[in-house]
Design a binder for this molecule. Structure first.
Ligand code: NAD
Length: 483
């Protein structure tokens, strides 16, 4: 059976069953053609899944953490065993070139393996004693699973963003309903098949798809004790207000408009490589894309010339062409959005030194790697998340100015610095307001890193021990010493 046969189904309470919501298409963005018709979950479907997760929590929350660790290792192995199929799905439905699809899969595997290790130790670390002042009372601390959790993920890194949530939640002892993006649900459906293969108890992991209708039902389901959301600020705000009357905890992984600072002494070749990767990886459809280049005036001319040449030389094409270095935009909607930003930039008379156009006379959703030079800081291209391969640049005359310009945004997801000396890079990194800073480094994300934003880029952290504690509640038990 092919995973495409699951396209109109959902995985609830350990079984595949028909979905009852709206019909949608899974599209190959390199051609613009649909390759399978999907069906999302209805509000009733979501409710059924939430009930299944609540029933399963009664047992799963008490399952020894070492056993939960074994299931997590089963997911990691299942993903590795199905690597060719998953890589093909990420290429076909997301338009990712093979090397990008491999990174996405590798991150998902690493996440399950990492949280298996943390789960192994969890029970042994319970009931840590606290010695209270005065010696009259003793305390014990437990880290309890929160309960059933509703998860909502986007389309840009579908399998990876799901793994970053599911692995720590299952490790903690939570049960899960995952609503995938209606644009790219198929890789997560593979995760549901793996759950079946490894005999994960029914209801512990439920996976369905659908758009706003299913998303709204997720926020409304009374069974969830937390909603963990990754996506745009606009939808994240809707989720937050939908649960506000219940004061339900939310974790939000939102957007960014991240800066990359290049200092006067930076190596130009290294800067070209890091700036290009920062904006053109995944065709710029990354929350952490470093879409604002802040460069010292003294090297601006040399750097922009080299960057423009690199952008023009980037091999943009089908993921099935091994030479492709950048694929298409993933969806028709996002393609339209990027084109509107490019048209706006043209209307505003921005200085375009590379690209600037969509390839409208070709099939698929391809956009040229684009660089706008000396963009005014009040321009839309400088301030808004384009979510496409569009870089805005500006110059500064001092380190202090670079830091001030970098921090002048309501976002705070990541930042990057390219500088010859580590001490300079570190000093700048310390002053940037963002959740993760890359100094002279591509955006390598380890499972024991912290991932998440300051300011409007989100609430909470994923990955590392913080990812696990996001699904735990701390319980303190106190009694007199004599008791
Ligand atoms: P989106 O907000 O449009 O959709 C995200 C998810 O929310 C989808 O599953 C969608 O179906 C669902 N949804 C839509 N309407 C909803 C509603 N009313 N209630 C609940 N759920 C609803 O985002 P997108 O276009 O899929 O993803 C791109 C955005 O995600 C970008 O802003 C990007 O920066 C952000 N992102 C952030 C991170 C991070 O780790 N911070 C990672 C990846 C993507």
């Amino acid at each position: 059976m092919s995973i495409l046969d699951r396209a109109q189904q959902m995985f609830v309470n350990g079984k595949w069953q028909a979905s009852n919501g709206a019909e949608m298409q899974a599209v190959d963005p390199s051609t613009g053609e649909s390759f399978v018709t999907l069906r999302g979950a209805s509000a009733e479907d979501v409710q059924q899944a939430a009930e299944a997760s609540a029933a399963a929590f009664v047992t799963w929350g008490k399952t020894p953490s070492t056993l939960r660790a074994q299931y997590l290792r089963g997911f990691a192995k299942g993903l590795q065993d199905r690597a060719p199929e998953l890589i093909d799905l990420l290429m076909r439905n997301n338009g990712k070139p093979k090397f990008e699809a491999e990174i996405c899969l590798g991150d998902a595997v690493a996440s399950f393996e990492y949280y298996a290790t943390l789960a192994d130790e969890l029970d042994a670390k319970q009931d840590q004693q606290v010695h209270h002042a005065g010696g009259e009372h003793r305390g014990y601390v437990r880290h309890e699973p929160l309960g059933p959790v509703g998860m909502i993920v986007p389309w840009n890194f579908p399998l990876m963003t799901a793994a970053w949530k599911i692995a720590p939640a299952l490790a903690a002892g939570c049960t899960v309903v995952l609503k995938t993006s209606e644009i790219t649900p198929l890789t997560e459906f593979v995760l549901a098949e793996i759950a079946q293969d490894i005999d994960l108890p029914a209801g512990v992991l439920n996976i369905l798809t659908g758009g706003a209708e299913a998303g709204i039902a997720m926020s409304a389901a009374p069974q969830f004790r937390k909603i963990s959301f990754t996506g745009s600020n606009m939808t994240g705000g809707k989720v937050m207000s939908a649960v506000s009357d219940r004061c339900l905890p939310v974790a939000l992984e939102l957007g960014g408009k991240s800066p990359i600072i290049v200092t006067a002494d930076a190596d130009i070749a290294q800067a070209v490589e890091l700036v290009s990767m920062g904006i053109f990886f995944n065709a710029g459809q990354a929350c952490s894309a470093t879409s604002r280049l802040i460069v010292d005036k003294s090297i601006e001319g040399d750097l922009i010339d080299a960057l423009a040449a690199a952008a023009k030389g980037l091999n943009v094409g089908s993921p099935y062409n091994e030479a492709s270095e950048m694929g298409p935009i993933t969806s028709a909607q996002q393609f339209q959005k990027v084109k509107q930003y490019l048209a706006g930039a043209r209307d505003d008379g921005l200085d375009c030194v590379a690209g600037g156009n969509a390839r409208d006379n070709e099939p698929g959703f391809f956009v040229e790697p684009t660089i706008f030079r000396n963009v005014p800081h009040n321009n839309t291209i400088w301030r808004e998340e384009v979510f496409g391969p569009v870089l805005a640049t500006t110059t500064v005359s001092s380190e202090a100015e670079a830091i001030a310009v970098a921090n002048d945004t309501h976002y705070g997801l990541v930042g990057a610095v390219v500088s010859r000396e580590w001490d300079d890079g570190k000093r700048i990194a310390d002053q940037l307001v963002a959740g993760q800073i890359f100094v002279n480094s591509p955006q390598v994300v380890y499972p024991d890193s912290a991932w998440g934003g300051f300011k409007s880029s989100g609430i909470g952290r994923e990955l590392g021990p913080w990812g696990l504690s996001g699904y735990q509640g701390v319980k303190h038990i106190l009694s007199p010493v004599a008791a």
